[in-house]
Design a binder for this molecule. Structure first.
Ligand code: CA
Length: 421
């Protein structure tokens, strides 16, 4: 389907909705009295896929409704793209203005369609493994300049491989989960010994993650051409970070307690297929890459990203705007690199992009960059300033792609900061 085709639905969808007929993302939800079930979103509604399956709407695609009666999407994703794409296309058909099959089946509408605000959205996948890349040149340059040396901000390996580290899957949570300010060790520039306590420089990182849709065997390497077949879809990802803990602990093995206390994801996974019309060329890679990292075609996605900060008792305000298209290394290169040594991947694994920063200060993907490590605080509309996050602050990240009238979005990922225990 091309973004230029005009799709209309019999379901009223506000123009600014992330959940147009072009999207049809997947997630998992729960009502107050019911069990958890797989779902999609259309306009303001969450759509119960288990109920649709029980009424035979996927009868030639999915053999049992059981796959939708689930705490996670892993079993559904594991059916493979051939089937999951057919489910998505079937849903587009059922919601389209020119079909009456579901439209006229009003007896089940109350059990199929739920207002989004009336249900709880759950963590969409059981995450086996999580890897965090470091693929924005602007971010790596800014951080390298602050943590090390402005003259040599990018280390010699950076333009030859997509740098990454293995993160912690156990602390990945769904949007809305509060963040308890973490404690740890940190050290000022002139301190002889480290201090211990709640972090003084709590930060967010604006990222997109991709969810693995097909497993590989140990020893199997994926090419950049094969990679997309293994990516089920994308979600918003906030990699909360404690900068004081990070700068003291990261040498020589990389991030540990500064990152693994929590990461938040959006409840909706937007499929690779829904995002295909928004592909664009990435930045020019001005250092030749090894053949296994070379790729054909458009490698990046034009996805607008926004960060809002809402102080306790205050209104949310946008503090930064970035775009996924800025990434130097694309997802196909990331996946080819991740598997080139034979490391196996599994359905439900999440690979996050790394902080997505644009070229200017107001497109920074984290406060570390936007406030120059706290030295130049930002001022909010209520007059208060932020070098880093305060207790009571809520961070909200949004993402959407739009072309002509076709809008495909992620909703949001948010989290409110609670004081340290
Ligand atoms: Ca990160």
């Amino acid at each position: 389907m091309k973004a230029s085709d005009t799709l209309t639905s019999w379901i009223p969808i506000p123009e600014e909705s992330d959940f147009s007929l072009y999207n049809i993302p997947f997630g998992v939800f729960k009502t107050r009295e019911g069990s958890s079930r797989c779902c999609t979103a259309i306009g303001p509604y969450v759509v119960d896929l288990a109920v649709l399956a029980e009424h035979g709407y996927f009868k030639n695609i999915v053999t049992s409704a059981r796959v939708f009666h689930n705490e996670y999407l892993n079993d559904f994703i594991g059916l493979g793209k051939e089937q999951t794409n057919k489910v998505r296309e079937r849903l587009i058909g059922l919601f389209s203005a020119n079909t009456t099959e579901l439209q006229n089946h009003t007896a089940i509408h109350d059990s199929v369609f739920h207002q989004q605000e009336h249900v709880s959205m759950l963590l969409p996948v059981r995450v086996g493994d999580y890897t965090d890349f470091y693929s924005s040149k602007e971010h790596a340059t800014n951080v390298g300049a602050m943590f090390r040396d402005p003259a040599n901000a990018l280390l010699p390996n950076w333009k030859h491989l997509p740098v990454a580290y293995h993160g912690r899957a156990s602390s990945i949570v769904v949007s809305g989960t509060p963040l308890i300010r973490p404690k740890g060790q940190f050290k000022g520039k002139d301190d002889a010994v480290p201090s211990f306590g709640p972090t003084c420089s709590l930060d967010y990182e604006l990222e997109l993650g991709f969810v693995i849709g097909k497993s590989t065997r140990l020893g199997e390497a994926l090419s950049t051409d094969q990679a997309e077949e293994y990516i089920f879809g994308f979600l918003l990802f906030n990699d909360w970070s404690a900068r004081d803990i990070q700068s003291w602990e990261y040498v020589p093995l990389g991030p540990f307690l500064a990152k693994n206390f929590m990461s938040s994801v959006s409840p909706w996974i937007v499929t690779t297929e829904a995002l295909a019309p928004y592909k664009v060329n990435g930045p020019v890679q001005d250092v030749a890459v090894l053949p296994y990292l070379a790729y054909q075609g458009e490698g990046n996605y034009d996805i607008n990203l926004e960060i809002e900060l809402q102080p306790e008792q205050g209104k949310a305000q946008c503090i930064s705007r970035s775009n996924f298209r800025y990434m130097y290394w694309n997802v196909r290169q990331q996946l080819a690199h991740h598997t080139v040594n034979g490391c196996n991947i599994n359905v439900g694994d999440i690979m996050a992009s790394g902080t997505i920063s644009g070229p200017s200060r107001d497109s920074a993907g984290c406060l570390l960059e936007q406030t120059r490590n706290g030295k130049e605080p930002i001022t909010l509309t209520d007059g208060s300033t932020r070098a880093f996050l305060q207790d009571g602050d809520t961070v909200i990240m949004k993402g959407y792609a739009v072309r002509n009238t076709a809008r495909v979005g992620f909703g949001s990922v948010s989290g409110k900061i609670r004081p340290a225990l």
